[in-house]
Design a protein around this ligand. Structure first.
Ligand SMILES: [Cu+2]
Length: 244
């Protein structure tokens, strides 16, 4: 256990070091992006509009719930809810570090993020479908160190592909954030951003695809920007630098 802890801390330190490097440069080596964050944020389930029931789920997260080979974990790791149910998650973070319980498959996405020790709660509504959705801690490296699990909605099952409406109106969402890095080779913008209303909670580090290189013109690390996301393309279609 001690060995795993040391490995975990060293991996964490490495990622923090890489992030520091990325922030210092406007062009970053794509190899230094820890993972394709956007791929982890594919929305697979749209929550139902009128919940039929309510439940409260108590969860804990921290080093003391880790098993052999892990550093942190959530407890319980499997949670259940009914279809179309409003769920209140009461999360106790028993560590002195930040943890971020995230359910990326839900729409709107769910994230409860705070530095412990402490208890916070937040609600979401499940989709009206039998589906199993994964959750994890969104703090870099924590998922690999053991912080992951699953929400079983109804009977559970493979997440359905979100229905695409070809003729539907373009759904655009606006956000404000600061640029951590610009990856012009991969057409990506790595942002720390506030809440993107109706689309995504605030994120300390999020890699977004942009629709074309032109979108990134003149944008540099350290800029404060207003950006527009096309929800269907799941990509940023426009970025404007804000004068500070
Ligand atoms: Cu964590």
């Amino acid at each position: 256990m001690k060995g795993a802890l040391l490995v975990g801390i060293s991996a964490f330190a490495q990622v923090m070091g890489l992030t520091g490097f990325a922030a210092a440069s406007s062009e970053i080596n794509p190899a230094f992006i820890p993972e394709d964050l956007m791929m982890q944020h594919q929305i697979v389930a749209t929550s139902c509009a009128k919940p039929r029931s309510f439940r409260r789920i108590e969860m804990k997260g921290g080093t003391r719930f880790a098993r052999e080979g892990e550093v942190f974990a959530f407890e319980p790791r499997i949670i259940r809810a009914e279809r179309c149910e409003e769920v209140e998650i009461i999360l106790e973070n028993t560590d002195t570090v930040r943890h971020a319980l995230m359910l990326p498959g839900l729409n709107p996405m769910f994230e409860l993020e705070f530095t412990g020790p402490g208890v916070r709660s937040l609600r979401f509504v499940t989709p009206d479908a039998d589906v199993t959705l994964e959750f994890h801690c969104h703090v870099p490296t924590h998922e690999k160190m053991g912080m992951l699990g699953a929400l079983i909605v109804g009977k559970g099952g493979k997440p359905p592909t979100l229905q695409v409406q070809p003729q539907g109106p373009v759904q655009l969402f606006n956000g404000i954030g600061s640029v951590i890095a610009v990856d012009r080779r991969k057409n990506r913008l790595i942002l720390s951003h506030g809440e993107i209303k109706g689309f995504m909670a605030a994120m300390t580090e999020m890699s977004f695809l942009v629709t074309s290189r032109a979108v990134l013109k003149g944008i540099m690390a350290g800029d404060t920007v207003r950006f527009t996301i096309d929800a269907d393309k799941r990509a940023i279609v426009g970025v404007v630098r804000l004068v500070q």
